[in-house]
Design a protein around this ligand. Sequence first.
Ligand SMILES: *Cc1c(COP(=O)(O)O)cnc(C)c1O
Length: 455
Amino acid sequence: MSDTSSLSNLGAIDAAHHLHPFSDMKKLNAAGTRIIQRAEGVHIFDSNGKKYLDAFAGLWCVNIGYGRKEMADAVSRQMNELPYYNSFFGTTTPPTTLLAQKIASHAGGKLNRVFFTNSGSEASDTWLRMARVYWKALGKPEKTHVIARKNAYHGSTVAGASLGGMKWMHEQGNLPIDGISHIKQPYWYAEGGDLSPAEFGLKVARELEEKIDELGEDRVAAFVAEPIQGAGGVIIPPETYWPEIARICRERNILLVSDEVICGFGRLGSWFGYQHFGVEPDLAPIAKGLSSGYLPIGGVLVSDRVADVMLDEVGDFNHGFTYSGHPVCAAAALENIRIIEDEGLVERVRDDIGPYFAKGWKSLEDHEVVGEAQSVGLMGGLQLAADKSTRRRYAKPDDIGTMVRNHCLDNGLVMRATGDRMLASPAFTISRSEVDEVVEKLRKALDHLRDTVRE
Ligand SMILES: *Cc1c(COP(=O)(O)O)cnc(C)c1O
């Protein structure tokens, strides 16, 4: 590293030149940015040498853990052999094609094809265009509308942020674009009222039916949802929810899109989130866990239903990216999937470390400030509550969540807070004692909340 970027003044350089995503730069520059310098296993180390247990796997993505030499080797081999070629003009590269086959082998059912992107956001743009092209080719050019959910996250491009249901994102940049509506999320704790979770799951699923009727079935192209809402706060739907959604999409003849960017590639103890919930989508955007974040790559899984029409009726699909199926990123994804297969990591999440994590996570429910603590596989959401007997929430949820998260950080644990929900999403390789550490440190942060805030 050159003198001008020695670590001691990286903070100042960062403040002067680097605009961070999803950040208030004035506040961040005043507080100072944390510089993460290296990582190993489930641990990251900052530039002061401080060690953290990363219970969030980067950003829901480093599922095989940090520091995998096999990944560096696979990437290096591919870089030396062929650093880049495109798949635009009748060409492909070996890792790109083999990756599509590998993904399809785990997708099951009729999901046999993959369209590659560089990110989850681009995958959102891709399936949205594909769904509209599909219906147009079937003689239904009016079938363009998409129904999504409030508080969903589908990325940050214009289409991604519009499909997402984050109001604070819509407020910036004139979003959402036309042709997208948002229905209720299956968030029982906050919105379920006196209904049981099962009743509430059915009720919110049926909002989809009502919305389709309101818009007219002939105008609706698709419904999109994350199997478990991630960035929205790990909102785990009641069991009644997904089967009802699948029924409605089938009966009303609209495409079902499962956003697998977080849930895909093992996080729920199944290769894909839709498998955990027993439904089969027509389209499924993927990213994050596809390469465990070692290199950026995403895509859309496409079912035969859609692919057949694309092949037989559409002809040219006028869409793609310079780096669609980038060979080095594809090599990284292939090696990542090989590691997941060879080490049985999906099975480990389902049968071993997932259940162990669930037990520890659930044990936090006895805490005074915890409303509920749920998880599936290695994806956990914990609801903070001012009064657990009445499900009353704190008046300033963002401040409360941030406080708990910062307490964890100070104690060397990386967690995420969305409002008053604490989120965990550790690497599939996390050990039992590391899970114990997550639970212990989170409990201390909850004690701190109880002792400092009285409402
Ligand atoms: C992260 C995420 C995206 C967007 O992916 P990017 O790679 O950040 O563009 C889309 N959908 C879900 C469910 C996500 O969690």
